[in-house]
Design a protein around this ligand. Structure first.
Ligand SMILES: NC(=O)C1=CN([C@@H]2O[C@H](COP(=O)(O)OP(=O)(O)OC[C@H]3O[C@@H](n4cnc5c(N)ncnc54)[C@H](OP(=O)(O)O)[C@@H]3O)[C@@H](O)[C@H]2O)C=CC1
Ligand SMILES: O=C(O)[C@@H]1CCC=N1
Length: 275
């Protein structure tokens, strides 16, 4: 069976990861302006070009993975070619309504994922525009399945989910790095410290998801009275780690919402100028 053709416009960090994750099941063409940086994708059999128009014209599905401020100008440039196509944007903060105003004749999906797509273990959340069909949904879920876990959500949650799902690996790497440094301080070899921290994150996550238990209950099961863990928990509470994480998620969510407002204001200015 002929594989569906997908164009990925802006194959940088996340677009490149998506290209690799779906390339067994879809015929992928990846674009960016600095085409020489796409050679690792070409080595994996992915078509590469810096010609967005050509990539779009040959594709049935178009994935947009440029920076948020580049999305609206890009969609305007490509609007003729995008007519009647399914367009999936992974850009933070650029909402469905805004994209739909610029490409009214396309079927638009807004999605957020994370860097674990590189190992096909991303977590993708998405919302569909009004005219997305059931057959589009089949294609969308096939793409997202190749990237890891996925679920459809109400668009109103996508800015907070950018902070929770899209950005989360960065927070976890910060935690893991700090844990490794703690272990180095008391003499554990570097590679052993890294494996201990990373496998603990994976195991703890799987247990959390499969047990259905609240994280506080699971934490309590680890804390042996008079034992080792309680001294770590005491130090973490003393360092206000929970407040720090709550602030981090709140601030990142507010930033996503502010970027969304700025993008709308800028688009209004541009669209106003054209009318
Ligand atoms: N990084 C992450 O973990 C995640 C990022 N995102 C979202 O993905 C988007 C991209 O982020 P990220 O991958 O980190 O950023 P990158 O800068 O790595 O990727 C953006 C890419 O877009 C390319 N680009 C810019 N303009 C054009 C154009 N006109 N035509 C074709 N390609 C173009 C750039 O390459 P060149 O300059 O060579 O053209 C660059 O490679 C953002 O909107 C972000 O919100 C979503 C989820 C997770
Ligand atoms: O930092 C960002 O804006 C993007 C969105 C989620 C992850 N990276």
């Amino acid at each position: 069976m002929e594989r569906e053709k997908v164009a990925i416009i802006g194959a940088g960090v996340i677009g490149g990861a998506i290209a690799c994750a779906i390339s067994d099941d879809f015929q992928v063409t990846a674009t960016r302006r600095k085409i020489e940086r796409l050679s690792p994708l070409a080595e994996r059999g992915i078509n590469i070009t810096s010609d967005n128009d050509k990539a779009v014209s040959e594709a049935e599905v178009v994935i947009i993975s440029v920076k948020p401020y580049q999305v609206i100008p890009l969609l305007k440039n490509l609007s003729n070619g995008l007519k009647d196509k399914l367009v999936i944007s992974f850009a933070a903060s650029i909402n469905l309504d805004l994209m739909q105003r610029v490409i009214p004749d396309s079927r638009v999906v807004r999605a957020m994922t994370n860097i674990a797509v590189q190992v096909k273990e991303g977590y993708t959340v998405y919302s569909c525009g009004k005219n997305v069909t059931d057959s589009d949904k089949n294609v969308i879920t096939k793409i997202f399945e190749d990237m890891g876990e996925y679920e459809e959500v109400d668009e109103q949650h996508l800015d907070v989910l950018t902070a929770m799902a899209g950005s989360s690996p960065a927070y976890l790497y910060t935690v893991v790095e700090a844990m490794i440094y703690g272990a180095l301080q008391v003499g554990l070899p570097r590679d052993l410290a890294l494996r201990a921290a990373a496998w603990s994150v994976i195991g703890a996550s799987h247990l959390l998801l499969s047990s259905g238990k609240h994280p506080a209950e699971l934490r309590d099961m680890v804390v042996t009275p008079g034992g080792v863990t309680i001294d770590a928990i005491y130090a973490l509470e003393d360092g206000k780690v929970r407040t720090a994480f709550m602030k981090a998620i709140r601030d990142a969510s507010l930033k996503a919402q502010r970027l969304a407002r700025d993008a709308c204001d800028e688009a209004e200015r541009q669209l106003g100028k054209e009318n």
